[in-house]
Design a protein around this ligand. Sequence first.
Ligand SMILES: *Cc1c(COP(=O)(O)O)cnc(C)c1O
Length: 322
Amino acid sequence: MREAIATAEVGDEQRGLDPTVNALQEKVAELLGQEAALFLPSGTMCNQIALRLHTRPIGDEIYLHRNSHPVGAEAAGASVLAGAQILTFDGDAGMFTAADLEAVLRDPSDRNEPRSRLVCLEQTTVLGGGRVWPLAEIEAVLDVATANGLRSHLDGARLLNAVVASGVSAAAYAGGFDTAWIDFSKGLGAPVGACLAGSRELIDEAWRYKQMYGGAMRQAGIIAAAALWALEHNVERLAEDHANARTLAEGLADIPGVVIDPTTVETNIVIFEVPDAAGLTAGLLAREIELSRFGNRLRAVTHLDVDAAAIEQTLAAVRELI
Ligand SMILES: *Cc1c(COP(=O)(O)O)cnc(C)c1O
């Protein structure tokens, strides 16, 4: 990857002249079953541009799971940048159903009510434990969206984990949405970047926001080259991360005091509970094992820098500390 970065052909990305960025955008558009794609510095910018693109600041409402990234981890950008209202769902594992969506839709003829405008979902669900939305559930949600004139957006930060875990193609998952994106700096292991895909018309409009938010770059080919390299070399190996996560989950389930159902671990995220999560996190960190903590819940994420030996080391450390 470092060599691909060093040897990348570059040009002025803002003027559409960076051949490596252009190649990446074409590859991602095709991968996601969309017409066009736009290279951006981060997944957060993909979400924020999409939310702005699909809504207007005149009372539009966005439907999301309460544990989704734009709700808790994007500095309330939807309210600030898009000027939209968010209504959240509480379903299990970061998911909701077509019936949940149908139940909250507003009456378009009533001026008192917000205007139902956009539904977003995450594949895989980040705080839901890396769970994979079944394709049929996604299609049911999209059917309700289409029938009611809503736009739809897929946060595919870890979409390729879902693809590798399920065998369903990225285009099958993402092609039905108005916009969808993938992140290169998560399990794919590139240093920077994400790509937002959609129709040619929406991506042309997204360019305005890329410029407005300061996401238009110059010789961005040096980072796009890493993303291309990651798509070519680091997708199939996500299966190793999933196997490591499963081993970790099964090992944790055998430790008294740990609460986890290993059968819910489908990809590379392992969420579990322990009585003293703060103490365990600190003890693990002292051994250079870094987990995130949400209250009494801990989240471990496997990736290309974590091997099977590191999983055994982590299990031994948890056993000892507990
Ligand atoms: C990481 C993540 C994001 C944000 O991506 P960045 O590239 O870190 O800005 C958005 N959504 C989900 C589900 C994520 O996991």
